[in-house]
Design a protein around this ligand. Structure first.
Ligand code: NAD
Ligand code: TYD
Length: 353
């Protein structure tokens, strides 16, 4: 048996592949374009492991997809590949339309052609699992009920609009063609291998370097944070037992403001790697807000708990401690990802704030 994973060299995809192969022997074919966010170093533990087949390529390449599907005959496609950073989508939305919308379309068409030609049993067992985000639902007012699976789609950023479009394509490919799809919409993840353009790893690596910790606007925006290993376990459950055509919201029951997050990270760094210059919070700087900044996301994860018995294993306290410790233990990984293109991004996003 084989899985075709897209985007398995990125943050969540690499955690998924590592967790999957730690738990079973089913081969993973990992298709990744190795954009700035893809990093083969995340998968170094799998070097020489025949269960992991890495393919450097683009989900928009139909001929490549057809060849991979014919050659490896996967029983499922797990679709992680995407452009994933809201701020980058504001500076350059084109790549988001190309990969998240057109790329998902191409992958769906290739999967449909492959699935249609399978024998009856394999057709019934096949799954196309689309990994998506809670950001498709838009922004919640303070005190409003958390997002359920029937919350209207109201995406506000180019990133969330492109993910919403991909969710709609996946839904349509099920309703029109019968492709056996599953969609999961997850809240903000954190954990090992998180690229330091996103809030939590950016704060950790900046603090360690004694650089400013840039909080957008008033820092009172709320996100629901989930440890990446819990996202991976939820995906495994949905893939195994989720109802075809359904969507499942995945969240950590852990709403926090950005300010709270930064203070927690600072507290852990003061404990684990104190600086002679003083407490980490001295570095906090308020900078210009993100345009169209969503105020609050919150996930109602009762459906996945009710139907599949899934709940997160980590609390935020345990997950964030592990995460900060991981960054302290992996200074080489951090140094490597802070390449020239990373520095260019920091200049693009923060210089004018
Ligand atoms: P990431 O940016 O860290 O990784 C994306 C990966 O996709 C990279 O390895 C990149 O090289 C690859 N990729 C990009 N374009 C590609 C293309 N055209 N063809 C093949 N590969 C390509 O993203 P992530 O944070 O790991 O997110 C993975 C998925 O989970 C995304 O679909 C994202 O929308 C979704 N998601 C992320 C979060 C989060 O908090 N990070 C939360 C919910 C859902
Ligand atoms: P991010 O990690 O980019 O995830 P998303 O925008 O997908 O939720 O940002 C999380 C929150 O942190 C978001 O409200 C924006 C805020 N933020 C900052 O305040 N400063 C920063 O430097 C970054 C990258 C994010």
């Amino acid at each position: 048996m084989t899985l075709l994973v897209t985007g398995g060299a990125g943050f969540i995809g690499s955690n998924f592949v590592l967790d999957w192969l730690a738990q079973c022997d089913e081969t993973v074919v990992n298709l990744d374009a190795l954009t700035y966010a893809g990093n083969l170093r995340n998968l170094a533990a799998l070097q020489g492991d025949a269960r992991h087949v890495f393919v450097h390529g683009d989900i928009g390449d139909r001929a490549l997809l057809d060849r991979l599907l014919a050659e490896h005959r996967p029983r499922a496609v797990l679709h992680f590949a995407a452009e994933s950073h809201v701020d980058r989508s504001i500076h350059g939305p084109g790549a988001f339309i190309k990969t998240n919308v057109e790329g998902t379309f191409t992958l769906l068409e290739a999967a449909r052609a492959y699935w249609s030609a399978l024998g009856e049993e394999a057709r019934a067992a096949f799954r196309f699992h689309h990994v998506s985000t809670d950001e498709v639902y838009g922004s919640l007012a303070p005190g409003a009920p958390a997002f359920t699976e029937s919350h209207p789609y109201e995406p506000n950023s180019p990133y969330s609009a492109s993910k919403a479009a991909s969710d709609h394509l996946v839904r349509a490919w099920h309703h029109t063609y019968g492709l056996p799809v599953l969609t999961t919409n997850c809240s903000n993840n954190y954990g090992p291998f998180h690229f330091p353009e996103k809030l939590i790893p950016l704060m950790i690596v900046n603090a360690l370097a004694g650089k400013p910790l840039p909080i957008y606007g008033d820092g009172q925006q709320v996100r629901d944070w989930l440890y990446v290993g819990d996202h991976c376990s939820a995906i495994r459950e949905v893939l195994a037992r989720g109802r075809v055509g359904e969507t499942y919201n995945i969240g950590g029951w852990n709403e926090q403001t950005n300010k709270q997050i930064v203070h927690t990270v600072c507290g852990l760094l003061d404990e684990l790697r104190p600086s002679a210059a003083g407490p980490c919070t001295r570095l906090i700087t308020h900078v210009a807000d993100r345009p169209g900044h969503d105020r609050r996301y919150a996930i109602d994860a009762r459906k996945i708990e009710r139907e599949l018995g899934w709940r997160p294993a980590e609390t935020f306290a345990t997950g964030i401690r592990k995460t900060v410790q991981w960054y302290l233990d992996h200074a080489d990984w951090v140094a490597e990802v802070q390449s020239g293109s990373y520095r260019d991004w920091l200049a693009t996003n923060y210089a004018a704030r």
